[in-house]
Design a protein around this ligand. Structure first.
Ligand SMILES: NC(=O)c1ccc[n+]([C@@H]2O[C@H](COP(=O)([O-])OP(=O)(O)OC[C@H]3O[C@@H](n4cnc5c(N)ncnc54)[C@H](O)[C@@H]3O)[C@@H](O)[C@H]2O)c1
Length: 326
């Protein structure tokens, strides 16, 4: 199934992954509508498309069904919404403990609102951004989709519950729902202010201000870092797939935080300077995706090697910082 020429609604499209996806969709000629409340996203990420007639932006909140309901009317006589890519979320795992109700409202009830909106608008195709956080501290590396899920945070729990909503709406109402469990996504436009998910952007921001890299624990913990362009491509492949399912989206390669400091320092042309802090409570030791299912069923595979991705991302951060100073 090729992605049709109907409108793609991207919730959270002003954010890091969302805006990179908007670039890919617009470059391929698909009309796009973004719904975002700009709580962590920015209009700057979308400025390239603001004057394009195939692009629409709506400032709205997925917690408010009425604001979601505005979307079909606001496209006037434009094409109907054929696909919804649901990325809007509170993404900070750590604060999901302090703001447990807010996390539930945005990350679970918000997903329910988006699904209900899909039913009302007659949209049959849905891609949802889940997370590796659904697994919790699994000892299995690489981890397959069928492994036990035991989230360690309200964030992970709400992602898992949202996946279950996708499954139920798919079975009950015939929607094609694809849940993608992103591992550690990095690349241009990632906000370094989130210490939990943005370790690469954080290291880059420290490299640019000549500060040492902070490592929690001994640096031997591993993550599976996947470039945002590969993630946008995975979303595109999932949106083009007719069948429902849940897929891991990573690279299948583990990188330790210590190795990562060396890669970022080398991209920045500086010697690696690190400071070790005590390990953070509840931090998992190893994380790596088995991506066999996405490769087989979605015909997707990551194309950007970590070394190359880090170098191009560093150049982007450098340029962004020098433009901000002008
Ligand atoms: N970045 C990662 O490594 C990663 C890993 C796993 C899963 N994810 C998931 O991918 C999705 C995108 O994440 P991201 O890294 O681009 O984060 P982001 O914060 O850059 O993007 C989230 C977007 O959602 C918007 N938003 C938040 N609450 C909203 C609401 N109530 N109504 C409307 N819009 C709202 C924000 O303004 C922002 O533009 C999220 O669902 C996140 O949980 C990301």
């Amino acid at each position: 199934m090729a992605l049709s020429n109907e409108m793609v609604l991207v919730t959270g499209g002003a954010g890091f992954i969302g805006s990179n996806l908007v670039d890919l969709l617009m470059e391929r000629g698909h009309p796009v509508m973004v719904l975002d409340n700009l709580s962590s996203g920015s209009m700057k990420n979308l400025e390239r498309w603001m004057d394009d007639p195939s692009f629409k932006f709506i400032k709205g909140d997925i917690r408010r069904p009425l604001e979601l309901a505005l979307t079909p009317q606001s496209i006037g006589d434009g094409p109907p919404i054929g696909t919804i890519v649901h990325l809007a979320a509170r993404v900070d795992v750590t604060t999901s403990f302090d703001k447990v109700h807010e996390d539930l409202e945005v990350n679970y009830l918000g997903t329910l609102n988006v699904l209900e909106h899909a039913l009302r608008a007659g949209t049959k195709n849905m891609v949802f951004s889940s997370s590796a956080a659904v697994f919790g501290d699994t000892s299995k590396v690489p981890v397959g989709e069928d492994e036990v899920t035991a989230p360690l945070s309200p964030y992970g729990l709400n992602k898992l519950s949202s996946e279950q909503l996708m499954r139920i709406y798919s079975a009950q109402y015939g929607l094609s729902c694809k849940s993608l469990r992103f591992f550690n996504v990095y690349g241009p436009r990632q906000n370094p202010s989130n210490p939990y998910s943005g370790v690469i952007s954080k290291f880059m921001s420290w490299a640019l201000s000549s500060e040492p890299f902070i490592i929690y624990g001994d640096g031997s913990q591993t993550r599976d870092f996947v470039h945002v362009r590969d993630v946008a491509e995975a979303i595109y492949c999932a949106a083009s797939s007719p069948s429902s399912g849940t897929y891991n989206i990573g690279t299948g390669k583990e990188t330790s935080i210590s190795d990562l400091t060396r890669e970022v320092a080398s991209a920045a042309g500086i010697p690696p300077r690190t400071v070790n802090m005590p390990a953070r409570k509840g931090e998992i030791l190893r994380s790596c995706a088995d991506i066999g299912l996405a490769m087989e069923k979605l015909s997707w595979e990551p194309a950007i090697e970590l070394k190359e991705g880090i170098r191009s991302t560093f150049r982007w951060f450098q340029q962004d910082r020098s433009t901000a100073k002008e």
